[in-house]
Ligand binder design. Structure first.
Ligand code: NAP
Length: 308
């Protein structure tokens, strides 16, 4: 069984930053990512609050730079799906779709996935008009009408991004106030292509073989309203990707991993970083910070083990 000092599970900004710090500390480091390097950040069209990029930076571009930097320090990056984590004395066993690895320390950086709304038509039309990523799919809606569900930063950013393609963007929000930060709200309010449908929830998505219309209900008047759209983008928040580790790692009720300030979980030598972690602000800047802290802490732990 192959041994690594540190195994990082997840290749978003948190995992990549952990990789850079771990490899620079001369730890033999493996990073496992099942899909796209960069995770959610790589599906964000523009990041304008990450310091060092006064003109903003594309999510894919920023993640590519992080990956390049990590590789410069010789970490192994493998495309494999994480399956299970178990503990065998002081060693951690990381099982993936391709095999099992041993490590002294493991850094969990699996992030979070977009939440499903749970309405009729959502699964049926997924990929046929229902999407969870405007950056990935917005391009298909040139000159069309789309809807974004949600009222947070993601929903407003996605709506603004979609105005580059669509002729009309409806934002459906269940309250009469957006949750998104003020600067994004102002941009949405002043964009003529965006229309916000307040106090409303989606009841069902309809169409023959692709999305054609959305039926909504006003939560105050209980009146139904149908809007014809070609696409629906769900942006109602995220769920942590912690199912595979929940049985041994402590999480809160929502599934976010509980850590201390050194990113240590309840198991010695296992750390959690980025969006999977219980914390007040989930952004690229806090993700990379978590990664750095965890990698330094993990390196000390690995050295201690070697000196026992
Ligand atoms: P969020 O802040 O949790 O907002 C989710 C939105 O969806 C809320 O407006 C919520 O309504 C609504 N919602 C939740 N469940 C719903 C349901 N079942 N039906 C209808 N509406 C529902 O999630 P997010 O916008 O994805 O943001 C997640 C985190 O990432 C936040 O910390 C955010 O600040 C951060 N983020 C930051 C940026 C940036 O800085 N540029 C960009 C994207 C995301 P209520 O408001 O009524 O609860």
């Amino acid at each position: 069984m192959e041994y690594y000092d540190v195994i990082i599970v997840g290749g978003g900004p948190a995992g990549l930053a952990a990789g850079i710090y771990s490899a620079r500390a001369k730890m033999k480091t493996l990073l496992i990512e099942k899909g796209l390097i960069g995770g959610q950040a790589a599906t964000t069209s523009e990041i304008e609050n990450y310091p060092g990029f006064p003109e903003s930076v594309g999510g894919p571009e920023l993640c590519e730079l992080m990956e390049k930097q990590a590789k410069k320090f010789n970490i192994d990056i493998r495309t494999e799906e994480f399956k299970n984590l178990s503990i065998s004395d002081k060693l951690k066993l990381v099982e993936t779709s391709k095999g099992t690895y041993q490590a002294s320390a493991v850094i969990l950086a699996m992030g979070a996935e977009p939440k499903k709304l749970g309405v009729k038509g959502e699964d049926e039309f997924r990929g046929a008009g229902v999407s969870y990523c405007a950056t990935c799919d917005g391009f298909f809606y040139n000159g069309k009408k789309v809807m974004v569900v949600g009222g947070g930063d993601t929903a407003v950013e996605e709506a603004l991004f979609l105005t580059k393609f669509a002729e009309k963007v409806f934002v459906v929000h269940r309250r009469d106030q957006l949750r998104a930060t003020k600067i994004l709200q102002e941009r949405a309010f002043s964009n003529k292509k965006i229309e916000i449908i307040w106090n409303s929830v989606v009841k069902r998505i309809e169409g023959s073989n692709k999305v054609e219309r959305v039926v909504m209900e006003n939560v105050k008047t209980k009146q139904e309203k149908t809007v014809e759209v070609d696409g629906v983008f769900m942006a109602i928040g995220y769920t942590p990707t912690s199912d595979a580790i929940k049985k041994i790692i402590n999480t809160d009720e929502a599934g976010y991993v509980i850590t201390d300030e050194e990113m240590r979980t309840n198991i010695r030598g296992v750390y959690a970083v980025g969006d999977i972690r219980k914390k007040p602000l989930r952004q690229v800047i806090t993700a990379v910070s978590d990664g750095a802290v965890a990698a330094v802490s993990a390196s000390k732990y690995v050295e201690e083990l070697k000196n026992v």
